[in-house]
Design a protein around this ligand. Structure first.
Ligand SMILES: [Zn+2]
Length: 248
């Protein structure tokens, strides 16, 4: 989605997921524990941000396993907070291992890359700007600025997104200096909204189709998305149309 806040590396917690969407397990050190909230020096758990649902999974230390209920970003401290389902028997300095619920994460990745395809086709072919969206584990929704509810437009966009997905395009994910990113048409609008301390932006490119600053996990190749299915279209007020879709 286009409104990622965490596309940069300026954070107290090292965001391992920015570098490798396929990292399922990792080691980390506990930095702080408050109640059932744990902050690590690094994490592969993607927090709830940028319109993509958070990862779930568990942290373990020795024989102890702690299930994760929520992962989000503390905007003040710029830390990623892992909220455990029960009180954490952990303390600062402990070494832990993290394991993602991979089925959930992989579905989010497939839906997220599908969302980028649909959004870019809606803009390219129908001049419809994305105004919001949310990728959840079972479905995703995107809001577009469109003057009328036109089912044919959404059906065509999903059909075209499926055609692009089937081409098997390899995604490119890399960091660019802010000044370089600003020169690229399409990421400029977003980059200008970012705080000035963000020196580098993470770029997600689906070559030949889409390029944008983005902090979320994606599949490596569009052929991993599977079949995108249009679920429903809603009228959300003046010029606002919402489309729901899933991947199969
Ligand atoms: Zn995105």
């Amino acid at each position: 989605m286009q409104q990622h806040l965490a596309v940069c590396k300026v954070m107290s917690t090292k965001q391992l997921y920015l570098y490798d969407s396929y990292l399922k397990e990792f080691q980390a050190k506990v930095l702080s524990v408050v109640g059932n909230q744990v902050v690590l020096d690094q994490t592969a758990f993607h927090p709830l941000t940028g319109g993509v649902a958070n990862d779930l999974g568990c942290l373990s230390r020795g024989n102890l396993r702690f299930s994760i209920a929520k992962v989000d970003i503390n905007r003040e401290t710029k830390e990623i907070t892992h909220t455990l389902e029960e009180l954490a028997e952990l303390k600062p300095g402990d070494s832990v291992s993290g394991a993602l619920d991979w089925d959930r994460r992989y579905r989010l990745m497939r839906l997220h890359t599908a969302a980028h395809l649909i959004a870019t086709i809606m803009y390219r072919d129908y001049s419809a700007l994305i105004t919001g969206g949310q990728v959840d584990v079972d479905q995703a929704k995107l809001d577009f600025n469109l003057p009328k509810t036109d089912r044919e437009i959404f059906e065509a966009a999903v059909r075209k997104a499926n055609e692009e997905a089937r081409k098997g395009v390899e995604l490119k994910i890399y960091f660019l200096a802010r000044e370089e990113a600003l020169k690229i048409h399409g990421v400029v609008k977003l980059a200008e909204k970012m705080p000035p301390e963000e020196k580098e932006l993470r770029i997600v490119e689906i070559p030949g189709i889409d390029l944008q600053a983005d902090g979320g996990p994606h599949v490596k190749n569009t052929n991993e998305i599977g079949e995108i299915q249009l679920l429903k279209i809603e009228n959300k007020g003046k010029n606002q149309r919402r489309v729901y879709f899933a991947v199969k």
